[in-house]
Design a protein around this ligand. Structure first.
Ligand code: NAD
Length: 260
């Protein structure tokens, strides 16, 4: 066994590009990585929340960059990657976090809405990963973290969102495929699969129907939803030296929900 003084979770000097970092899980992960020394750029469609998040990241004592753009637009993704490389010299980590769900019984869902979910949750992820591959392959080093969901692994009786479930299942398979294809380039690709976490869209669900929310929570072995900060450890682990032999994995963070 090798003994090392170096902190396995130290991210000092790592340059991260994180999508959808203006609020929710993306913002929490960005702040967690920044607290461990990473510079974090945000590719966010909402300039207001993006700017606030970038200021908060800087206040941790690292560099930040707000790039206003849309992950589903190839030109936007390429220019975000180039801006990070131009500003900071290299891109070490891409966190594909931007994503959303549309709740609707399948038989009532329009094809347009079904495609919108896939466009953001799957196609946007592919677009950003492909853009990040260019500098990462050149550097012969890179880490990609994809936001999946427990919904990509199991169907929740309480939530009708077939498009989201199947899109998140695609995220898991995209993660594994890229992990295998890009391992020879020394690029690791992993996914995080959260259960319910208290971000604005999830909290809105709880506020709109407290009875249904209580029923949803009763199915979580830990009896509660997670807090966004509880995703920080996973993000730090997956982009740090602590996970140097981890690729193609899905880290489930769901209070035990998918055990049942
Ligand atoms: N909150 C949960 O319980 C939960 C559970 C499982 C998985 N997830 C996944 O985690 C991710 C984040 O979820 P959240 O709850 O924090 O959502 P959120 O809605 O709070 O945040 C999403 C962020 O992405 C940004 N965004 C949306 N479209 C974008 C685009 N085209 N380009 C760039 N940015 C865009 C939004 O402006 C927002 O800041 C999503 O992929 C979601 O599916 C969330």
């Amino acid at each position: 066994m090798t003994v090392s003084n170096r902190n396995l979770f130290d991210l000092t000097g790592s340059n991260v590009l994180l999508t959808g970092g203006g609020q929710g899980l993306g913002k929490a992960m960005a702040l967690g990585m920044a607290a461990h020394g990473a510079n974090v750029a945000i590719l966010e469609v909402n300039p207001k929340t993006g700017e606030e998040a970038a200021h908060e990241i800087e206040s941790v004592g690292v560099r930040s960059l707000l790039i206003v753009g849309d992950v589903t637009d190839e030109a936007s993704a390429t220019s975000a990657v180039n801006r990070v490389v131009d500003a900071w010299g290299r891109l070490d980590v891409l966190v594909n976090n931007a994503g959303f769900a549309i709740l609707s019984p399948a038989e009532e869902m329009s094809v347009v809405d079904f495609k919108r979910v896939y466009e953001l949750d799957v196609v946007g992820m592919f677009i950003c990963s492909k853009a990040a591959f260019v500098p990462m392959a050149k550097q012969r080093h890179g880490v990609i973290i994809n936001m999946a969901s427990m919904c990509g692994m199991t169907v929740l009786l309480s939530n009708k969102h077939a498009a989201y479930n199947s899109a998140k299942a695609s995220v898991i398979m995209l993660t594994k495929s890229l992990a295998v294809e890009w391992a020879p380039h020394n690029i690791r690709v992993n996914a995080i699969a959260p259960g319910y976490v208290n971000t604005p869209p999830v909290m809105k669900m709880g506020e709109e129907d407290p009875k249904r929310w209580a029923a949803m929570m009763s199915r979580v072995p830990m009896g509660r939803a997670g807090e966004p900060d509880e995703l920080q450890g996973a993000a730090i682990f997956l982009c740090s030296r602590a996970s140097s032999y981890v690729t193609g994995s899905v880290l489930v963070i769901d209070g035990g929900h998918t055990c049942m």
